[in-house]
Design a binder for this molecule. Structure first.
Ligand code: NAD
Ligand code: IPM
Ligand code: MN
Length: 358
């Protein structure tokens, strides 16, 4: 077997704790399945690197990472030492834009045995994917500040939607919905208030829907959509959203499944012109970093998403099954899920479950 060539970037805070756990699971995968990995470790894209070098990444980062099959990423940001917009725009946002990872695919699933903060919800009631536009929209670099430091100060940051950018994310989302059992797509909009870009988004959704006659689709304004996530999470299958709306929904969705500490994200360049990047949805969690209690499931589930992207479908499915089996056991849950387990104990249980599968 040819080894998959993976760039490993743990970054900051709990990223440094959960990335090694993800690698332990991948090592178990390579013992059990017919696949191999070659890992290259990088220390940049972290606030420690910034403090030493005055920038988040070396100038040749694109060349250093560009020919890897995927990037396995932790979480970046340490606001006590480096302002977030500097650390994030100097790393993660550069990857997404420069490697054209225009899909941010995120999962929200209530796992068997885990209790939802929403009353009377069980497994099967919350199981949807969020397809977040990841390179344009509200996260644009078009804007600026004029008359700085005066009473006339003005700041602006434009929302940018291109036809190519909107259509390709919608095509990906409809295509995903078409391949799922429920074949249902929901679009997040705000065309009542944001009167130029959001009506355009709606118009492109309608045009794209014509190519997918077997996908049932609907749309909600983002405000009521957030409410429906809480009151009717069972309505959703694939949810497509602009960059900012998708960001918010992808914290809310997993929160409804009991913790934000299990949610994975794939920053995907579907054309495979550049490496895709797999990471947890969540951040460096400064409040718990260094205590060995972070939930490793987000990073391990991100590893499963990466396996799927690399074509290792059986291994990916086995990792997700192992996660499900372990989360069903209260003693292996980390404190965010009300359990007593340390990060490493949860991972060990997942590795054991993986060895026992099939
Ligand atoms: P956060 O996601 O880091 O933490 C929010 C809350 O969730 C905290 O209470 C944290 O303890 C908890 N949490 C998150 N992951 C957990 C896990 N695996 N197990 C248990 N609890 C978990 O969000 P924040 O506090 O807003 O951000 C902290 C830093 O991370 C900031 O610098 C922010 O910009 C950055 N950030 C980075 C990414 C990324 O790299 N993709 C994503 C979000 C935030
Ligand atoms: C995420 C994060 C990032 C985003 C931040 C840290 C810039 O919240 O990956 O969801 O907004 O995309
Ligand atoms: Mn976010």
């Amino acid at each position: 077997t040819n080894a998959h060539h993976i760039a490993v970037i743990p970054d900051d805070g709990i990223g440094k704790e959960v990335v090694p756990e993800g690698l332990r699971v991948l090592k178990t995968v390579s013992e059990k399945f017919d696949c191999a990995f070659a890992f290259d470790h990088f220390d940049f894209a972290s606030c420690d690197y910034y403090l030493k070098h005055g920038q988040m990444m070396p100038d040749d980062w694109k060349a250093l990472l560009g020919d890897h099959d995927a990037i396995f990423f932790g979480a970046v940001g340490w606001p006590d030492t480096v302002p977030d917009h500097i650390s994030l725009w100097g790393s993660l946002i550069q990857f997404r834009r420069e490697f054209d990872q225009y899909v941010n695919l995120r999962a929200a699933r209530l796992m068997p045995g885990v209790s939802s903060p929403l009353a009377n919800r069980g497994p099967g009631d919350i199981d949807f994917m969020i397809v977040r536009e990841n390179t344009e929209g509200e996260y644009s670099s078009i804007g600026g500040k004029i008359f700085p430091g005066t009473e006339r100060e003005v700041v602006m940051q434009e929302t940018v939607m291109t036809r190519t950018g909107v259509d390709r994310i919608l095509r990906f989302a409809f295509d995903l919905a078409q391949r799922r059992e429920k074949k249902h797509l929901t679009s997040a909009t705000k065309s009542n208030g944001i009167s130029i870009t959001m009506p355009y988004w709606d118009e492109r959704v309608e045009a794209m829907a014509a190519n997918f006659p077997d996908v049932r689709w609907d749309k909600y304004h983002i405000d009521i959509l957030a409410a429906h996530f809480v009151q009717h999470p069972d309505w959703f299958d694939v949810v497509v959203a602009s960059n900012l709306f998708g960001d918010i929904l992808s914290d809310l969705g997993p929160a409804c499944t009991g913790t934000i500490g299990i949610a994975p994200a794939g920053n995907i360049n579907p054309e495979r012109e550049f490496p895709s990047l797999f990471e947890p949805v969540h951040g460096s969690a400064p409040d718990i970093a260094g205590h060995g209690i972070a939930n490793p499931v987000e990073q391990i589930w991100a590893a499963a998403m990466m396996l799927d992207h690399l074509g290792e479908r059986d291994a990916a499915a086995a990792v997700v099954s192992a996660i499900e089996a372990v989360l069903a056991e209260p003693q292996y849950r980390t404190p965010d899920l009300g359990g007593p387990a340390k990060t490493s104990e949860c991972t060990e249980a997942i590795c054991r479950a993986l060895r026992d599968i099939g």
